[in-house]
Ligand binder design. Structure first.
Ligand SMILES: Cc1cc2nc3c(=O)[nH]c(=O)nc-3n(C[C@H](O)[C@H](O)[C@H](O)COP(=O)(O)OP(=O)(O)OC[C@H]3O[C@@H](n4cnc5c(N)ncnc54)[C@H](O)[C@@H]3O)c2cc1C
Ligand code: FES
Length: 347
């Protein structure tokens, strides 16, 4: 089917099969359509159908909250065409700037599954086709029998890689995480769409790095620090990583951060913020390169970084409430320009 997008920057066409989500079809064909979560929660991919018809995949998607369904508003990440369509999108649409990171459909097989702490698992996904992605990007996974896709950020950073590392925190009652934690799913094949996401690190910007993560929000931060270490960024730039967990027993990837700290030297500081425990020692008992602090990760980061955010790009990921608090502080108190504040809400 033919989809015509009328945007503030002109008109664009792309083809979309009846069984494909409109957002994904447009992105695959090189159009930088607006989106954030790509999975129905944020509302950023809204468009108004002015001609044609669509099938809405997930009627209750939270992303519809601010949309006018009666006027024909849809979420492109939740809609499949049932006829040729024209959509009005109130944004400036442009072609995708980096052809090497265009998203595509692949499959992936789960390997090397590990339980990191009681409610966090990581695994490798062996891809059917190699993928090039930027540090900070994510993919959408689909499992047979579970409606809809789930977004997960890459932990590793590689170019043209055949393997993605993903880390997943158990969500009580969550369908995907229940499936993952209920039995050994090693060898299972999943649908993989990506890479996606604009909360990415670009060493050419020449910025110091500030990462604020809650729980599995740390995933993309590892990729960002891995890229910065590999690029030799720490000879001239600094990075401060603040990782929020409830107690010391909930922390994971400490070994990886200790290795990054050894490679980066004094210019990388990693702080574990404990929201439900006191910090009994100034540093992690087993990993002295990791500092300890008590409090909400947003408060710990705000206090430690006061007056130290010049020439900084900030990355924030984790639960939506935590991300909103961090964004408010980074914008109003730290006064980091919006273009250098990048985030993913793990809704
Ligand atoms: C950009 C981004 C990156 C993320 N990265 C990570 C990560 O690295 N690690 C991590 O642990 N979590 C991550 N998340 C959160 C993750 O995507 C899931 O929301 C979380 O794992 C809970 O999934 P669940 O299936 O267990 O819970 P559920 O409550 O069953 O599902 C949660 C999500 O699944 C989708 N969904 C639910 N029902 C439907 C339906 N009927 N049809 C279509 N879609 C549906 C929605 O997106 C919903 O928010 C990320 C989220 C985003 C937006
Ligand atoms: S991108 Fe479609 S709702 Fe978030």
């Amino acid at each position: 089917m033919k989809i015509t997008i009328e945007s503030n920057a002109g008109s664009f066409d792309f083809a979309c099969e009846a069984d494909e989500r409109m957002l994904y079809a447009g992105l695959v064909q090189g159009l930088a359509l607006p989106y954030e979560c790509a999975t129905g929660t944020c509302g950023t991919c809204r468009g108004r159908v002015t001609a044609g018809s669509v099938l809405v995949e997930w009627e209750e998607a939270p992303g519809y909250a601010k949309l006018r369904r009666e006027k024909g508003d849809i979420l492109m990440c939740q809609a499949r065409p049932t006829a040729d369509c024209t959509l009005r999108i109130p944004a400036k649409i442009a072609p995708h700037a980096k052809p090497e990171t265009l998203p595509a459909h692949r499959t992936g097989r789960i390997q090397n599954l590990r339980r990191l702490v009681h409610d966090v698992i990581d695994f490798d996904l062996a891809l059917s086709q190699p993928m090039t992605f930027d540090a900070g990007q994510f993919v959408v996974l689909e499992v047979p029998g579970i409606a809809g896709g789930r977004a997960y950020s890459m932990v590793n950073f590689e170019r043209a890689t055949s393997s993605l590392k993903l880390v997943i925190k158990k969500m009580p009652g969550g369908k995907f995480s229940d499936w993952l934690f209920a039995s050994d799913v090693t060898g299972q094949e999943l649908k993989v769409f990506g890479p996606l996401g604009r909360a990415t690190y670009d060493p050419a910007e020449g910025k110091n790095i500030l990462c604020i993560a809650g729980g599995s929000g740390i995933a993309g931060m590892l990729a960002i620090i891995a890229h910065a270490v590999r690029d030799g960024a720490f000879s001239e730039r600094t990075a401060h990583v603040f990782f929020g967990v409830r107690t010391l027993a909930d922390a994971f990837y400490m070994h990886e951060f200790a290795e990054f700290a050894a490679a980066a030297g004094a210019n990388l500081a990693v702080t574990l913020a404990l929201s439900h425990a006191v910090a009994e020692t100034p540093t992690h008992p087993a990993f002295p390169a990791v500092r300890l602090a008590a409090g909400m990760v947003t408060d710990v980061a705000a206090q430690a970084m006061a007056g130290r955010t010049d020439n900084t790009v900030a990355f924030v990921a984790g639960p939506p409430i935590m991300v909103d608090i961090a964004l408010k502080h980074l914008t109003h108190e730290a006064k980091i320009p919006r273009a250098f504040i990048r985030y993913d809400k793990f809704a």
